[in-house]
Design a protein around this ligand. Sequence first.
Ligand code: ADP
Length: 303
Amino acid sequence: TVIVFGSINIDLVATVSRLPLPGETLLGRDFFQAPGGKGANQAVALARLGIPTQMVGRIGADNFGAELVKSLQASGVQTENVFVDQTVSSGVAAIAVDDAGENQIIVIPGANGCVNQDDVERLSRLLPQASALLLQFEIPMSAVVAAARAATEVGVRVILDPAPAQSHVPDELYQLVDIITPNELEASQLVGFSVTGAESAKKAALQLRQRGVKNAIVKLGAQGVVCATSNETFFVPAFPVDAVDTVAAGDAFNGGLAAALSEGLSLHQAAIWGAAAGALAATKPGAQPSLPDRTTFDAFLKE
Ligand code: ADP
């Protein structure tokens, strides 16, 4: 089993011709809601690739929470350890997108912000059966660190997506991480210099390794990824596709990466699986709806 410990959100998306000014009321065009949250997206990415996946996290006791759990289950994610918090709302992202594709986003962490040591304890009970633990930064940092510690203690590999970008990450966390997977912006925040393109990504990856991470993979969007391991640095090019929307491409990458590792493949091969899943996610709009199933994925890799 692969465990994902992280955020579960509902995205409420309104489309408008232009974004409203402070105090202004505008008529929008369309509205839709869709399941999201980096944690849930990564869990769905894994489960669609046929990997037994457990989601550990929190939702509120509201209709959104119930729907979010249903949609995780519909993709095959095990949700017995998604805790219903009676005291807060589910995590919500209120998003406005204008005609130029510019957006305004308000994220209410809700239940995600209440993830704590109790959840880490529920997670710890699952660790003996787990092959990997996937973490992101949409739940409190103290919970992320405690989870990484618990996994490391029992020899479970920790894969950290340091997103959304953070500049302050506890030193201890680096030492607990087997694979860190920042994009260019996240890598820049972590290392303190601008990361754009393969050259600077390699420098950043090496620096992250010096901090104690075993392997660093810097995601470069349509270019591909740079990987630094204990004995080599290599580049994996992106798969050429007609990208329509790269939302959740990074989550798809992490799902593909962890799926390959749980099937016993090498880190190099896992980076290729990640790149394939990321590319496929970029060819479809939306977050979870764009994540590929195993049949589509295998056919794409064979081409
Ligand atoms: P994030 O979503 O975290 O910003 P990226 O945009 O770098 O991450 O995407 C993650 C991975 O998905 C990339 O490293 C790449 O392998 C793949 N990917 C993303 N965008 C494209 C694209 N336009 N074409 C092909 N592959 C892509």
